[in-house]
Design a protein around this ligand. Structure first.
Ligand SMILES: Nc1ncnc2c1ncn2[C@@H]1O[C@H](COP(=O)(O)OP(=O)(O)O)[C@@H](O)[C@H]1O
Ligand SMILES: [Mg+2]
Length: 304
């Protein structure tokens, strides 16, 4: 008989996350895996070889499932990294850190043959480089490399608006500029959910009439949409290249190049909210099952 296993979990509670968390805990219990829930590394301390949360030695757990805030504080990230040196984590620290950065993600994907937006990264003192590139690209998007929800993205339509924007950017004391070519697309995207290399679900998002960003936070709306095999293959490959066990891949169709382009990989893709479930997005149980299978697999103890 295999020994009892115990994992730590930190899963978001809003938007139906609490219900999802309970289901995961129950299903793991059925497999003799105990869960210590609500472990926020913000409240943990490290001391003499251990990472302590109350009296629990997190580094002695069989696994840690981190599925809460994308934007974590430096402290949380620092402990995430340390903990992952001791035990398996979903997602692994390295993959999570990678997907939190849009430039690094595009760099990795582009290098391995996945189409991404054309981009340019330059030192903050080389802002004049952007002048050259906008001539070539016509329109571009300024992106904070660690943003989310479409926040901070700025579409630059022409040289004149670049000239206007530069003084503001220079004041912000940035380390670098990251810009992407503005891709001509139909203002809809595909969000493709992958767990452990398996396709879970796809849905679409559509920007509202006045915005070019599909994010719900930017006024976009979710709609039912099926993926074709090309899209599924791209999403699976993107997750594999980034090393994420769980990923939500954002894909748009470039009307000029006539190809699918990966915009980003999300390391904590949301479960369907109760409202979205009513719309017909019914992938939560499938995703929960695949996550439970994955945790089970990753915590198997080999008999010595
Ligand atoms: N290069 C681009 N060309 C055209 N639209 C883009 C480009 N990059 C992003 N967008 C639009 O902006 C949205 C947000 O961009 P994304 O890179 O996914 O950042 P976020 O993390 O804020 O969601 C995308 O869903 C897409 O609608
Ligand atoms: Mg996005």
């Amino acid at each position: 008989m295999s020994k009892n296993r115990t994992i730590g979990m930190w899963l978001y509670n809003n938007g139906g996350g609490d219900k999802v968390g309970k289901k995961i805990i129950k299903k793991l219990k059925d497999r003799n895996i105990d869960v210590i829930d609500n472990i926020n590394l913000r409240k943990a301390v490290a001391k003499n070889g251990n990472i302590l949360y109350n009296d629990i030695k997190l580094n002695k757990l069989d696994l840690f499932f981190s599925y809460n805030a994308g934007e974590q504080t430096q402290y949380q990230m620092y402990l995430y990294k340390a903990l992952n040196r001791a035990i398996p984590m979903i997602n692994s620290y390295d993959s999570f850190e990678l997907t939190e950065d849009k430039f690094h993600t595009s760099f990795v994907l582009g290098n391995k043959g996945i189409a991404t937006a054309d981009y340019k990264l330059c030192h903050r003192d080389d802002g004049h480089e952007l002048k050259k590139i906008i001539k070539k690209w016509d329109k571009m998007v300024y992106k904070p490399t660690d943003g989310w929800g479409g926040l901070g993205l700025t579409k630059i339509e022409n040289e004149a608006s670049l000239d206007m924007l530069m003084p503001f950017l220079n004041q912000m004391d940035l380390r670098y500029f990251y810009v992407e070519k503005f891709i001509k697309y139909d203002n809809t995207d595909f969000r493709v959910d992958i767990v452990d290399g398996k396709f879970v679900a796809c849905y679409g998002r559509k920007a509202n009439g006045t915005d070019w960003r599909t994010n719900v936070t930017s006024g976009g709306s979710v709609f039912m949409r099926e993926a074709n095999q090309d899209i599924i293959d791209i999403a699976i490959k993107a997750c594999k290249l980034c090393g994420v066990d769980i990923g939500g891949v954002d894909i748009i169709y470039d009307l000029e190049k006539e190809e699918y382009v990966v915009l980003e990989v999300n390391g904590i893709p949301a479960f369907a909210t109760p409202e979205q479930e009513k719309m017909g997005l019914d992938f939560n149980n499938k995703k929960i099952k695949l996550i439970v299978d994955l945790i089970d697999k990753k915590t198997q103890k080999k008999d010595l």
